[in-house]
Design a binder for this molecule. Structure first.
Ligand code: NDP
Length: 452
């Protein structure tokens, strides 16, 4: 190898040195690069062009002050960011997250991951992510609106349909997208598809709301097909009770699986009888409309128990679907899952499993689908929302559901193509497959552009 091609440890030392205190970002780069390093060992063009090093350095990060006035007339100051990681294959694309845990490191990790995820969809979308440490929880409607307006007053100059198209994420649902879009339109005077996740009345796509959760279950279905195992009767433990968790649960129940748990940041409910369509409808009203707490489920349904600060990972199950937040499954939880004979873990959330936990799952031959592949359905339908907006059309639900299922089958196929392991009894290394397939398309585009 040439001098410009360090070994993996030297490469990671450099990443750590250039990104002090940014543990989430370093973790994400470590996880991806580990797989890529092996694959590019004999591919000198990528080394010579320093492709991996360039991908691990965002194109730009915009950071800005967001001032707003609360209902008691206090002036509040938060920080906003947009990380534009890579636009080699299309405009930057990725969600906005409003949560107190948001930092530059978290957004850099998410934008980096998004670059590979968007590439895997096969659609022309680059990678970005943004957000704020603003906490919408407990704020009045008027406060959320004023915050969103102030946030967009800074962000609008950095985005555009061919530049950067943000969407929702944790803490940014259809209400926030409405306020953000309204402010963009007010400032620029233009109606254009500059945000996705819009409501159907003003350019939103059918199936976008359900797409991440449904897509993750399609991915799981493809995994199970590969090992001749039926979805019917599979016991599934899910964390979270937001958009992704509840739509994953909906599709699972539809396909005959038994959903045993849900959670939120207060704790976890366990219903040994499983959720059915009626119970799930009740939770959807509780969490998505009334913004209530999941503990109320155990008050309503006597078959269930609630554990404060509890997590689902010690409940005996066939499938685990972490759908809440990053790093919710560490070594201890992974051991418990593996000891209980888990068949597959499918990430609805972004990076919910730590690097060490993934190793334990791999050792135990648990099928493991990383978020960048399994939860790509959301951004894929966002890409289809962009296409519909550009064409000024709305496709019908059935067509979009079919397109989502096809996209998830293709993503699964790419993971299998690059993740097949010689001499490992057919065990598919899904993260490796996803990382290499995602990397290759972006890397080849970057090579074509020369040094820019
Ligand atoms: P929501 O805000 O709708 O729901 C998040 C859920 O996770 C809530 O139940 C929330 O509980 C829980 N949660 C959040 N933080 C924590 C925490 N620190 N500990 C325990 N529980 C927590 O978000 P989404 O469902 O949209 O997103 C969930 C995950 O999926 C995120 O990682 C997101 O990046 C990822 N994702 C989402 C996509 C989408 O289309 N929405 C697309 C791809 C990935 P509480 O109610 O207490 O806040």
């Amino acid at each position: 190898m040439s001098a410009s091609c360090p070994d993996f440890d030297t490469f990671m030392e450099g990443v750590k040195k250039r990104n002090p205190g940014q543990d989430e970002f370093v973790q994400a780069v470590h996880e991806v690069s580990h797989d890529i390093f092996d694959w590019i060992e004999d591919k000198h063009e990528y080394h010579e062009a320093e492709i991996l090093r360039r991908m691990a350095e965002p194109d730009r990060i915009v950071s800005f002050r967001v001032c707003w006035e609360d209902d008691d007339h206090n002036i509040r100051v938060e920080r906003g960011w947009r990380v534009q990681n890579n636009n080699a294959i299309g405009p930057y694309k990725g969600g906005l997250r409003f949560h107190p845990s948001v930092t530059e490191s978290v957004l850099k990790f998410l934008a980096f991951e998004q670059t590979f995820k968007n590439s895997l969809t096969g659609l022309p979308m680059g990678g970005g992510k943004g957000g704020s440490n603003f906490n919408p929880k407990g704020k009045s409607e008027a406060e959320v609106m004023r915050f969103c307006q102030s946030f967009m007053t800074e962000l609008y100059r950095h985005i555009g349909t061919d530049v950067d198209v943000p969407a929702g994420d944790i803490g940014v649902g259809s209400r926030e997208i409405g306020y953000l879009f309204g402010q963009y339109k007010r400032i620029t005077g233009r109606w254009e598809g500059v945000l996705t996740g819009k409501a159907s009345e003003y350019g939103g796509s059918a199936v976008r709301v359900e797409a991440t959760g449904y897509g993750a279950v399609h991915f799981l279905q493809n995994m199970l097909d590969g090992i001749d195992r039926d979805m019917e009767g599979q016991k599934v433990i899910i964390s979270g009770s937001g958009n992704v968790a509840l739509h994953a649960a909906e599709k699972l129940i539809d396909l005959g699986a038994k959903v045993l748990t849900l959670s939120d940041s207060d704790g976890c409910i366990h219903d040994p009888d499983g959720l059915d369509a009626d119970k799930l409808q009740w939770v959807k009203e509780l969490k998505l409309e009334r913004r209530g707490r999941i503990s109320e489920y155990a008050d309503k349904f006597s078959s269930a128990s609630f554990t404060e600060d509890g997590k689902p990972w010690d409940v005996d199950a066939d499938i685990a679907m972490p759908c809440a937040t990053q790093n919710e499954i560490g070594e201890e939880e992974a051991k418990s899952l593996a000891d209980n004979g888990l068949c597959a873990l499918v990430e609805g959330a972004n990076m919910p499993t730590t690097v060490d936990a993934v190793e334990i799952l791999r050792e135990a031959k648990v099928l493991y689908a990383p978020g960048k592949a399994a939860n790509a359905g959301g951004v894929a339908v966002s890409g289809l929302e962009m296409s519909q907006n550009a064409e000024r059309v709305s496709w019908e639900r059935g067509k979009l559901e079919d397109m989502l299922a096809d996209l998830m089958r293709d993503i699964h196929g790419k993971c299998v193509e690059y993740g097949q392991q010689d001499g490992k009894d057919g065990y598919i290394d899904y993260p490796k497959g996803a990382n290499i397939a995602g990397f290759k398309k972006v890397a080849d585009a970057m090579l074509a552009f020369g040094v820019v």
